[in-house]
Design a protein around this ligand. Structure first.
Ligand code: BG6
Length: 455
């Protein structure tokens, strides 16, 4: 029988923007998403799942499931409303302190993301976001502020959620308005350099402020398989995989890899790297590597093949895989593959901090929700994860995405649900907001209580 270590951490993850609501209270500032979605008349961050007001009730439910850890992000603009103030907003700091203390009272370890697509809008207005080096200093100040305040309360920190999004959607990952830039792609790599430096400086700061805590990076892992065994496709898949691993390469190994230097050269991109930057990257590598995993992708050297949607990126369709209602290809074995690859490449502890199935749930007349499809997805992924642990991978834990239904990042829909806990809200924000348990609630509770033995 496959066993998980006794110290293994099982739980789930959220992000402030998608779950909190209350986007205009207690001095909170705006983020670029607020502006964008409001202009489009799409689902705004209010009320989202109203975690801001219901966190006690929610954490109690997570505790009932036996959660060992709960991942959440701090909404940077609750702490520094515009991002560049000298003094923090006490109401924002107090909110997260209450949340962390409530989690601790149930022996749930908070796992905290500093920035989950939540660059304050003030930094967009003043600097056009992360393209400007000045944002590094503001981020460092923010990181130090929260490390000092929550010292001893948080064991696991991570810097940027899915840091690779900065080069896929600079708007989302860096508060950057690309239309204002002459060469937006080159600028996105400059912004990446700034985030990598900021990540290293945050790592340095945490080691000085709270040496017992750990800090990791976070990547949207997009495993590329070759479309065929044609070496052209294999090469293409290898190159696309390298560009996905660029971010963890720098975070874990402390330097820009040669394939990336070549990529910059071929594209005639020249980055502004200040004196001391490369030394900073080298000196402050991460303690662990965390990542999201939802699906795998296919790479082909030709344009042929049917395309399907995916997380952050579309892909060619893999005939061996099924897909979710949103076209994301379901590949549990891929999780075992990426875990082994990460471990072989870095020999650093790994942490799965997002995995799950977005689906439309149906509430029966008696209120029950039979989400067998979700149980099936999670069960298969956890099974493959256990095999990877048996393969020898050092894995801290597994956090499913969105334990309480929350607003989808890609579609802004509430009806694309991931939770074990149903939230009575529709895509227009109507509904009571009341919580109820889906079938997956009892299932995951059993998984946790048996430390993954009972799937
Ligand atoms: C990850 C993000 O990429 O995918 C989350 O970190 C997001 O913020 C999750 O919610 C699921 O994607 P979506 O688009 O279905 O919400």
């Amino acid at each position: 029988m496959l066993e998980l270590p006794k110290t293994f951490v099982l739980g789930a993850a959220t992000a402030a923007y998608q779950v909190e609501g209350s986007s205009k209270v207690d001095g909170k500032g705006r983020v670029l998403w607020d502006e964008f979605l409001e202009k489009q008349g799409r689902f705004s961050p209010d009320p989202a799942s109203d975690f801001y007001n219901r966190y006690e009730e929610d954490i109690k439910l997570l505790a009932e499931m036996g959660f060992k850890a709960f991942r959440l992000s701090i909404h940077w603009s609750r702490i520094f409303p515009k991002g560049y103030e000298a003094e923090p907003n006490e109401a924002g700091l107090a909110f997260y302190e209450k949340v962390f203390k409530t989690l601790k009272s149930y022996n749930i370890e908070p796992v905290v993301t500093l920035s989950h697509y939540e660059t304050p809008y003030g930094l967009t207005e003043r600097y056009n976001g992360w393209v400007d080096r000045a944002v590094v200093g503001h981020f460092e100040h923010y990181a130090k502020t929260v490390f000092n305040r929550y010292k001893g309360l948080v064991k696991y920190w991570m810097t940027f959620n899915e840091i690779n999004i900065i080069n896929i959607s600079p708007f989302t990952g860096g508060g950057i308005i690309s239309d204002k830039l002459e060469n937006p792609t080159e600028a996105s790599y400059q912004a990446l350099h700034h985030q990598l430096i900021a990540s290293s400086l945050a790592t340095k700061a945490l080691r000085e402020i709270d040496a017992d805590a750990q800090i990791g990076c976070m990547l949207a892992r997009m495993k590329h398989y070759p479309y065929t065994c044609n070496p052209e496709d294999v090469l293409k898949a290898m190159q696309e995989d390298q560009m996905n691993l660029l971010y963890t390469d720098v975070h874990a190994l402390g330097e820009y890899p040669n394939y990336y230097k070549q990529f910059l050269k071929e594209n005639d991109f020249s980055l502004n790297i200040e004196d001391g930057d490369l030394e900073t990257l080298k000196a402050y590598t991460v303690d662990y590597i965390s990542f999201s995993y939802y699906m795998s992708l296919l790479s082909a050297n030709s344009e042929e093949g049917e395309v399907t949607e995916g997380n952050l990126m579309n892909s060619l369709k893999n005939p061996y895989l099924e897909a979710s209602d949103w076209g994301w290809q379901i590949d549990p074995i891929g999780l075992r593959i990426v875990l082994n690859e990460f471990w072989d490449r870095y020999h650093k502890p790994l942490f799965i901090v997002e995995n799950g199935l977005g689906a439309k749930d149906v509430v029966d007349e008696d209120g029950s929700i039979h989400d067998t499809y979700r149980i099936d997805y999670l069960q298969k992924h956890i099974q493959e994860m256990k095999k990877a642990v048996q393969d020898g991978v050092d894995l801290i834990g597994y956090l499913a995405w969105g334990p309480i239904d929350l607003v989808s990042m890609s579609t802004s829909e509430m009806s694309k649900r991931y939770g074990f806990i149903y939230v009575d809200k529709d895509d227009d924000g109507n509904g009571t907001g009341n919580r109820s348990k889906k079938d997956s609630f009892e299932w995951y509770k059993e998984v946790i209580s048996t430390n993954g033995a009972q799937l």
